[in-house]
Design a protein around this ligand. Structure first.
Ligand SMILES: Nc1ncnc2c1ncn2[C@@H]1O[C@H](COP(=O)(O)OP(=O)(O)OP(=O)(O)O)[C@@H](O)[C@H]1O
Length: 293
């Protein structure tokens, strides 16, 4: 059966375009980005509208040129996001794109407790540590410079303390946590290019992975000072106390906790909004250290 014969193609066109628009708007949480996107879509709609009038060739050309100029500006402005989008499409991570975290990525209440406990004890004994918590980015070995060694064990503060003990082979690099499981250790993360003069490589690694993937966070313990930090969306909050870390983890992982606790509260948009809300609170905090331009 020919679909085009049954349904008006123009209706389908409008439906597809609207679905794409809704998907785009649901993935954008920042107000300024939302304004830019709105303005850009308005221009695209205007170009489409003007093109329908054959007797307005000059206006049509002008609006097309405007759309092209805006497309180029946005490509430069959003090069990181567009790169991420292409990576997700290329690696087939459509669930991440649609904001639908898999069950195994959902944190439980004990995830927060174990992470806080381990970070506090590592900080007290000034042992350097870096823990990446995947909250729905579906991080894969190819996302790292070196995927490290597979662990696949229940998350516990004792195991984290063991992995970061200074005389163990896996203490260098990061530990990857998904849900309440330790996936791997000795993971080498991509470094951020921002703030090179300000941070050491451990903190740059935390910034590097969180600026590439917006649904992952990093807990960092400095070996030099014992300072605790939390990186999210390419921003670092430091120094923080153990209880502040616990609060932030609860807030950032809150969507997963809520999803596990209450059926029906697992809306991906809501989940990502909670994460962004917490992360924007992180960005207005007075102790925030934003990467240098
Ligand atoms: N790309 C990376 N991915 C994961 N871990 C890394 C990476 N680069 C460095 N590290 C970890 O950071 C350690 C070096 O930390 P470095 O002193 O350079 O950074 P730092 O930010 O000043 O941290 P600290 O405050 O703990 O000294 C390495 O021994 C390694 O464990």
């Amino acid at each position: 059966m020919n679909l085009w014969g049954v349904v008006d193609p123009r209706l389908l066109d409008v439906l597809f375009a609207s679905a794409l628009g809704v998907l785009l708007f649901s993935r954008v949480n920042e107000r300024r980005t939302l304004w830019l996107l709105r303005g850009y879509l308005f221009l695209v709609a205007l170009a489409w509208f003007v093109q329908r009038f054959e007797n307005l060739p000059l206006t049509s050309k002008l609006v097309d040129a405007l759309v092209l100029a805006c497309s180029l500006s946005l490509a430069i402005l959003w090069q990181g996001e567009l790169r991420r989008l292409m990576e997700l499409l290329g690696t087939g991570r459509l669930a991440v794109l649609l904001g639908n975290p898999q069950n195994e990525l959902r944190a439980t209440a004990s995830t927060v407790a174990q992470l806080t406990e381990a970070a506090g004890r590592l900080s007290q004994s000034r042992r350097g540590a870096l823990v990446v918590v995947d909250m729905g980015s579906d991080l894969r070995p190819e996302d790292f410079l070196n995927p490290g060694v597979l662990i696949d064990a229940q998350l516990s503060s004792e195991l984290l303390l063991n992995l970061f003990a200074s005389d163990t082979p896996l203490h260098d690099g990061a530990v990857l946590v998904k849900g309440n499981r330790i996936v791997s250790a000795g993971v080498i993360l991509p470094l951020s290019r921002q703030g090179i003069s300000r941070y050491g490589t451990r903190h740059l690694a935390a910034l590097g992975i969180t600026e590439r993937f917006d649904r992952c966070i990093c807990v960092v313990v400095s070996e030099e000072t014992g300072t605790l930090s939390l990186a999210s969306q390419g921003r670092l909050e430091r120094p923080i106390t153990s209880s502040r870390l616990q609060d932030l983890l609860k807030e950032l992982l809150g969507s997963s906790l809520g999803a596990a606790a209450t059926k029906g509260a697992s809306s991906p948009v809501k989940a990502s909004a909670v994460a962004t809300q917490a992360s924007s609170r992180l960005s207005v905090s007075s102790s925030i250290e934003e990467p240098l331009p």
